[in-house]
Design a binder for this molecule. Structure first.
Ligand code: NAD
Ligand code: G6P
Ligand code: MN
Length: 444
């Protein structure tokens, strides 16, 4: 029988992550063979720079792979097996506003947490649903692997609006942290860890980590986290290496102190130490500025150099090693590996004492027919309380988007643990509405 080869569409072709993921796909062709890669974006010029450079790279390194890029949905989504979706509706210019507007009111300004994340959610829902619909129209058997943020809100929106769609929502933060935990105790890969985890996206905890023989690794890992957070094992890849991320990895020590029975996701710092985060933020220069000045500028400079020289042989492009999980996930769906991943899926009882309709982040086995949840049992009161508040925020945002409801969006902002009062919530919301008028549905 001839070996099956896959056709991939990368949605958000103009993303800073696209070249790295493209090269990574080529590196793993022995286990995940590819016949075609297409880029899709709604920003023609931005995508063109990335795509022309990738086209040169592909011609030189994998001429057998058909390549194309387009802003036409029919071309992009016809004859596709997998859509890898990483769009950023509003680009970094809007991320900058998400981060800076709350800070004006003394509130955490963050890409996916608090008011900034809720504003980003209101922009992302429509974009991701549109791409999902294109995929289903032109390639009804395809799977979408979505890591567009804010993943928690996007996932809840797809649960509400497209409950039967073939979409898996996934985040790379737990993967990065598992790599760090493996490394801090001398293991070579996160794949040697067998983990128990529950939470929402960017809002979760490991409650069990064992090796493949069932030995408990939590005590040893906890010693490191108690002393230095995740900073004892900084990245092997080039992701998350800047000072601001190193501070986040260190701060996990204080997040851990609050519940030494579990190991926390780094993102909990925004909810549990918002005062510290605000004190350590520069309201005139946030993470969006850092990313625009570094990652975005570097990627576009490299691409332009490749285009100008007409060759990618002098280097510049590197496979995005941190994104290997995306290939693993596609492989699991394509070849039934039944590998375990943390996915964002409807709870349905996997977290026993928590809302069945919540989109939770939990371990799942992935195979040719999709995912099977691994039951995590009942969770402690502390986490349950935090999660109930946060899941309500996320559900209210999705309801606000569906109904065009100002009231629900105000409730969502007010309920966010990071926001001190309904008054401040309203001030931030009103400014966010103005800043997002090209992106949000009208709220009445
Ligand atoms: P980026 O701005 O560089 O790229 C995003 C691209 O999406 C842009 O080219 C933009 O034109 C395009 N786009 C926006 N709206 C679109 C639409 N409606 N249809 C088609 N294309 C559209 O952003 P980036 O920093 O590379 O990040 C991309 C996404 O990946 C973001 O959502 C980011 O938050 C997410 N991300 C998620 C994880 C995770 O753990 N889940 C990790 C890293 C990045
Ligand atoms: C982690 C999170 C992503 C988030 C990213 C931000 O990887 O899991 O969801 O988008 O960090 O990183 P950045 O470098 O853009 O600040
Ligand atoms: Mn994430």
């Amino acid at each position: 029988m001839e070996e099956k080869k896959y056709s991939i569409t990368i949605a958000g072709g103009g993303s800073t992550f696209t070249p790295g993921i493209c090269l990574l796909l080529l590196e793993h062709m022995d286990r995940f063979p590819i016949r075609k890669i297409q880029f899709y974006d709604n920003f023609k010029e931005r995508q063109e720079t990335i795509a022309k450079a990738c086209e040169i790279y592909l011609k030189e390194n994998a001429p057998e792979v058909e390549f194309g890029y387009t802003t036409d949905p029919e071309t992009a989504f016809t004859d596709v097996d997998f859509v890898m979706c990483h769009i950023r509706v509003g680009l970094y210019a809007m991320r900058e506003k998400d981060e800076k507007i709350p800070l004006k009111y003394g509130v955490v300004g963050q890409e996916t947490c608090g008011p900034g994340g809720l504003a980003y959610g209101m922009r992302s829902i429509g974009g991701v649903i549109e791409i999902l619909d294109y995929m289903e129209k032109y390639s009804p058997n395809a799977w979408m692997l979505n890591y567009s943020n804010p993943a928690a809100i996007v996932a809840e929106a797809t649960r509400r609006l497209r409950p039967d769609s073939k979409i898996l929502n996934i985040c790379d933060m737990p993967i990065d942290l598992e790599e760090k935990m493996a490394s801090m105790i001398g293991l070579s890969s996160r794949k040697e860890l067998d983990v128990g985890y529950y939470g929402l996206n960017h809002f979760g905890w490991w409650h069990s980590i064992k090796d493949q023989n069932g030995n408990d690794l939590m005590p040893e890992i906890k010693k490191h986290v108690a002393a230095n957070g995740f900073a004892d094992a900084l990245s092997k890849t080039n992701q998350h290496v800047e000072q601001s991320w190193i501070e986040t990895f260190s701060k996990a020590k204080d997040v851990y102190a609050l519940d030494p029975d579990t190991i926390p996701n780094t993102y909990l710092k925004y909810y549990l130490y918002p005062d510290y985060v605000v004190e350590h933020s520069d309201p005139n220069h946030t993470r969006a500025n850092e990313v625009m000045e570094h990652r975005e500028k570097n990627i576009f400079t490299i691409c332009q150099n490749i285009i100008d020289k007409g060759t990618a042989k002098d280097g510049g492009f590197e496979p995005d090693a941190h994104a290997e999980y995306i290939v693993d996930l596609a492989c699991a769906l394509a070849t039934n590996t039944k590998e375990k991943f943390l996915l964002i899926v409807p709870n349905e009882g996997a977290v026993e004492n928590f809302d069945r309709t919540a989109m939770v982040e939990i371990p799942c086995y992935v195979g040719i027919n999709g995912y099977e949840r691994v039951v995590q049992g009942a969770i402690p009161q502390f986490q349950k309380g935090l999660m109930e508040q946060q899941v309500s925020v996320e559900k209210l945002v999705v309801e606000a988007w569906i109904e065009g409801s100002y009231q629900k969006m105000w409730q969502a902002m007010t309920l966010s643990k990071i926001v001190p009062s309904a008054k401040v919530a309203k001030q931030i919301l009103d400014e966010m509405i103005e800043a997002n008028k090209d992106f949000w549905p009208e709220l009445k």
